[in-house]
Design a protein around this ligand. Structure first.
Ligand code: NI
Length: 158
């Protein structure tokens, strides 16, 4: 298991746009493994490559309760959004706080998997939220720019 350092808000890399992956190299496969390890270790439901300092369009998500349903999205692109949901959102790059964000309740996303095969992911609720949050990271957008009202402190894990 290899953990990577999570970049925190204030780090310029989190505000920069990411480049597309054109071919799956060994280096990117290692990045994906490390991102999954880092996400699970931090009890996150998603992580985008710029959060570990890499400006590439790579996202990992797992919204399952058991943490055994990893989704790997290369070059993800939103095809469709509909409905609306407002809920508390948080980010591993903005520790210790959460804030209310309104997002689409349904999202349809086109991406590539680790074998660079095209995949379509559809999700509602938390999965739709995670897809929108993580894909925003690839454009250098943090959820804090979308928060309604104030950020709320959340208890830190020991
Ligand atoms: Ni985030």
């Amino acid at each position: 298991m290899a953990l990577r350092t999570i970049r925190k808000m204030g780090d310029e890399i989190l505000t920069k746009p990411c480049r597309e992956i054109t071919e799956m190299k060994h280096r990117t496969k290692v990045l994906i493994r490390d991102m999954l390890d880092t996400m699970y270790e931090s009890n996150g439901v998603g992580l985008a490559a710029p959060q570990v300092g890499i400006l590439k369009k790579v996202v990992v998500i797992d919204v399952s309760e058991e943490g055994d349903c990893p989704l790997v999205l290369i070059n993800p692109e939103i095809l469709e959004l509909s409905g609306e949901q407002t809920d508390q959102e948080a980010c591993l790059s903005v520790p210790g706080v959460s804030g209310a964000v309104t997002r689409a309740n349904y999202a349809k996303v086109k991406a590539y998997n680790e074998d660079m095969q095209e995949i379509i992911i559809e999700g509602e609720g938390l999965l739709a939220r995670a897809l929108q949050h993580e894909i925003d990271h690839l454009s250098g957008i943090l959820y804090v720019s979308k928060v309604e009202g104030e950020l709320q402190p959340v208890p830190q894990e020991e």
